[in-house]
Design a protein around this ligand. Structure first.
Ligand SMILES: Nc1ncnc2c1ncn2[C@@H]1O[C@H](COP(=O)(O)OP(=O)(O)OP(=O)(O)O)[C@@H](O)[C@H]1O
Ligand SMILES: [Mg+2]
Length: 271
């Protein structure tokens, strides 16, 4: 494989778990021995906070905003990288709230993250990108740069419409840029044992026969880990949901062609 595997966490619906799932998939990949770069593309900066970098969000320029909107700043992308115990992180920043209108006006507005990532090409096994909750230029940058998407969704009926819109948007991007964007899986999140939950899990399975559908249950430990600035794997590897995130990570490794043998041990140790 040339360059790192790249994956965006996207769903234009808000609060479905993009950030939570993203951080914990990153933690699981790290537990399997992968080098991960996590990019917070959301002006809300939730992942930045949930990885313990609240201060970086308020820091003075240059930030990710400058790298995405000023081609002369692109080369300084590696300078933005922060050191987390489980991964490297490019934080979001308060200035990112101005990125959307700026990108709308700029040349190649949807391609800026892809261009920035070229500066760290050989340093990672995975680049993971947390997208904001709408289908604008920032999400386009995330999807265009990664060409792969993992879709967190709530197991409730509103998700049907949300996923239709997302798939329409992905198709439009593929045509616009003449690229292919692969759907790598759906994570049904905050699952509870209600009738609607069960019905929707069946719907996900039937709607996506060709891609994996995982189930992450509602767990307070996920919120606590977020408050501690780490994934479950650092917070408390005994929480049952770590199994699910390790399954996701193992499946991604397989989909992206990483050899499994050497890393099983690392995953076992982390449990
Ligand atoms: N499986 C879960 N169990 C319990 N709480 C969860 C779970 N997944 C997410 N949450 C909580 O739900 C809220 C929304 O999650 P999160 O921020 O990950 O969603 P999001 O899709 O990234 O939101 P946004 O669209 O604003 O970016 C957070 O408070 C998070 O802690
Ligand atoms: Mg989020």
């Amino acid at each position: 494989m040339t360059g790192p595997a790249r994956l965006a966490f996207s769903n234009q619906k808000g609060g479905v778990g993009k950030t939570t799932v993203g951080i914990n998939v990153a933690g699981a990949l790290n537990a399997r021995g992968r080098d991960v770069l996590f990019v917070d593309l959301d002006p809300q900066g939730n992942a930045t906070e949930g990885l313990g970098f609240r201060d970086a969000y308020d820091e003075a320029p240059p930030s990710l905003f400058d790298v995405l909107t000023d081609p002369e700043r692109r080369e300084s992308f590696p300078d933005l990288v922060l050191d987390h115990p489980e991964m490297d992180v490019v934080p979001s920043n308060i200035d990112m709230t101005a990125a959307e209108p700026e990108l709308t006006l700029s040349r190649r507005g949807g391609e800026q993250l892809a261009l920035a990532l070229e500066t760290v090409e050989d340093d990672y096994d995975y680049v993971l990108v947390d997208c904001p909750p709408h289908l604008g230029y920032l999400t386009d940058n995330g999807l265009h740069a990664t060409r792969n998407v993992l879709i967190p969704a709530l197991a409730e009926s509103t998700s049907k419409r949300a996923l239709e819109l997302l798939f329409d948007h992905v198709e439009a991007l593929e045509l616009d840029y003449d690229i292919t964007i692969e759907e790598r899986g759906v994570v049904a999140n905050r699952v509870e044992s209600t009738n609607e939950g069960r019905t929707m899990l069946n719907w996900f399975d039937e709607a996506f026969p060709d891609i994996p559908v995982w189930e992450v249950r509602k767990r307070v430990a996920l919120q606590r880990a977020f408050s501690e600035g780490v994934s479950l794997f650092e917070y408390d590897p005994d929480v049952d949901m770590t199994e699910t995130f390790l399954d996701v990570a193992a499946d991604l490794d397989e989909q992206f062609g990483f050899d499994d043998g050497a890393t099983v041990e690392a995953a076992e140790v982390s449990r």
